[in-house]
Design a binder for this molecule. Sequence first.
Ligand code: GTP
Ligand code: MG
Length: 437
Amino acid sequence: MAFDSLQERLTKSLRNIAGKGNLSERNMEDTLKEIRVALLESDVNYTVVQNFLNSVRKEAEGQDVLNAIDPGQLLVKIVHDEIIRLLGDDDNSINYNPHGLTVIMVVGLQGTGKTTQVAKIANLMKKEGKKVLMIAADVVRPAAIEQLRTLGEQTGTEVFSKGIFVNALNTSIEGVKYARDNGFDVALIDTAGRLQIDDELMKELEDIKEAVRPDEILLTVDALTGQDIVSVAGTFHERLNVTGLIVTKFDGDAKGGSVLSVKSVTGVPIKYTGVGEKINDIDVFYPERLADRILGMGDVVSLVEKAQEEFDQKKAEEMTMRLLQGKFTLDDMLFSLEQSRKLGPLSSIMGMLPGMSDFKGQINDEVAERASKVTKAVIQSMTPEERKDPSIMMNSRKRRVAKGSGTTVDDVNRVISQYEKSKKMIKSLSSMTKGLF
Ligand SMILES: Nc1nc2c(ncn2[C@@H]2O[C@H](COP(=O)(O)OP(=O)(O)OP(=O)(O)O)[C@@H](O)[C@H]2O)c(=O)[nH]1
Ligand SMILES: [Mg+2]
């Protein structure tokens, strides 16, 4: 299958870091370098590779990968998400005409698989309950009409043809009219191909486009042709405003890099992939699935996503619920200090709450101040009773705690007064947000 070698290489370099509890800047750069080479050697367009790595780096910085709970896995997830973005994370589905007949033109160079995909797509749409007509507008090759008829018989799809003596334009116009008059949902137009892009072909396609006003113009590109995909797609797109790509022969052992580049270079999304010669050998294109496959580690990626979601959510919920009820003990303060490295500062949790983002800065500063060993040591030296109610902390208790924590009575006083201040603020915040939860 396409991408096998890219997959192998990416998986190898990512597996090296996926299980690492710590990731140095150096490890990360090494991994990014390996990814760069793997992409370039798979024929991904140079500029696309540069942009891709820049985005990964930026995301890694933004998400503070090096300080994450599981830096290696987080980096894998970032790479995965960037591949999805590269492949197009917008809507790739067929744009059906809401007012009636949907007209789809299929165009492309000779032998790239137009006729075969027309039949495959017709078959897919029929399975969805649509009434589909295939229009044989390739009048250049006499055998083309016969080919479409055979495929039509195979799938029970009606084929419209005027033979080879009526030109492609008129066949298309009449075919679309026939579809409209006879209550078809979709008309798929199979057009002629040329070995190379030439003006005559483009003109013919432009004329058909002008006359039938298609809802979709799908361009077939052969995965095996490598880098050419990008320039061919670019040229067709310039002339015709192509709405989607069908990457055919995806079952072959293409390096696949051009498939990764084509969306970001031309802006045309991939809508289908052809994965064999048989009628059912077509897949609706989902960037996420291909990204999973390219990384060969969909399992790891979904695991990271799930673990992170659960972790963040559960802890954040517990914490915020306590805070929102105005309950805040020294134990909570200790807990928040211990968790802050994993969870991000308390402020980021507060920032998620409606109406609280304004207080983010204040809380952040205070938490940062307390995120010191002294604070932790002081609290840890207090009895559970004292932690619950520090007002019982008389001088003798303060001296004991200072001694036990290797700090001073001043330190203990500071911790207690910081706690009181913080508690007051949390109480006032909680009264402000009452009713929100
Ligand atoms: N392996 C593989 N072969 C395919 C795929 N799609 C099409 N083919 C084969 O590619 C060859 C050309 O397919 P056609 O559908 O005739 O291509 P075309 O673009 O209509 O060709 P022209 O009409 O001559 O321009 C045929 O032998 C198909 O069986 C695919 O996804 N995978
Ligand atoms: Mg054909």
